[in-house]
Design a protein around this ligand. Sequence first.
Ligand SMILES: Cc1ncc(COP(=O)(O)O)c(C=O)c1O
Length: 395
Amino acid sequence: MRVRLLDLSEQYRILAEPIREAIDGVLASHRFILGTRVEAFEKAICGYCNAPHAIGVSSGTDALLAILMAFGIGRGDAVITTPYTFFATAGCIARTGAKPLFVDIDSETYNISPSAIQEYIEKNCQADPSGELKTRSGERVRAIVPVHLFGLCCEMDPIHQISEHYQLDVIEDAAQAIGAEYPFGERTARAGTMGEAGFFSFYPSKNLGAAGDAGMIVCRDAELAKKLRIFRDHGMDPRYFHSVIGGNFRLDEIQAAILAVKLPHLKSWSAARRGVADFYRAEFARAGLVEKVVLPAEPYRDRGLTNHHIYHQYVVRAPRRDALREHLAKREIETAIYYPLGLHEQKSFAYLGYRRGHFPETESAARETLALPIYPEISREAQRYVVNSIAEFFG
Ligand SMILES: Cc1ncc(COP(=O)(O)O)c(C=O)c1O
């Protein structure tokens, strides 16, 4: 049996007709960029995420870049984030001229560890007389970018406390976590809405995927939303008058129209992914593998939330990971490694001066984790085959 890591064919089979109609509508309208479909999709995302403002952009990467630019973060500044994430998170920080400051992850959730942030600040930073937080080398620490990895929210309460105390902005990288919930203080909050700004990626393999690149920023403040719309379009306001330097971060009408067809299904797709995760858990227990294979943590499961995890990826931790992966490949089971190398060890970030050993939790996750096939329509038979093949490997 062949098991794909992600298979979009069933989703497309069901939605092919309305998607084609949506595309035809855009073609007939001759309006291809930032039109009524983008506006309607932005409103729909506000509703889905319970966010006052949403700004459609060209990708998750451009979303983060636009936010950092709108906050005026650049040369002389520093931004705290995780080294265990997709490159774009720290890549955007570096592209503004600011310095990424890496802080290690929690070993169970793989998300940035709030206590490690606190410890990092206490050991390496100091508030100057004006109250600005500075690194030892003099950069001004401006923001924290927590990444809700694999569809699970970071522990936002302690992160919020730290950001309040040191007056840092929080920019949520929710690229992988649209709709994921967190028990934020007294309320249930959706990913992207707990900081000053947040963003999503609609890269085709995401839970809500476009037919190309697309992204969305959400924020609470109306002035910031206005600013982000200006930055999204070359800093232009009004037409051909540029008060700031922005970029071309605009969202296409075709992508917005396709995403608007898919969005009403997202709730049930996320629920189906949780069902897949529950079945994996039961199967791993049946196969007697729970001592060998560490399953994804679900820290908010019994906290009265629906979307306590949206399982963008189903990532396990296993000994002899690479050999296991090869074994599964021989059984025609696709897997993936997110991510094989911490960002602190990437060649492009060598100038930051980090070395192997700096972030032990990130490094062991990079060595030991493996993403197993997950998508809403995966069959129970395929899942059982995956688990049986893992059991076979461990003898
Ligand atoms: C954690 C994270 N941040 C940022 C991005 C960038 O999003 P995009 O691919 O839409 O530019 C991604 C996309 O894969 C991501 O997974």
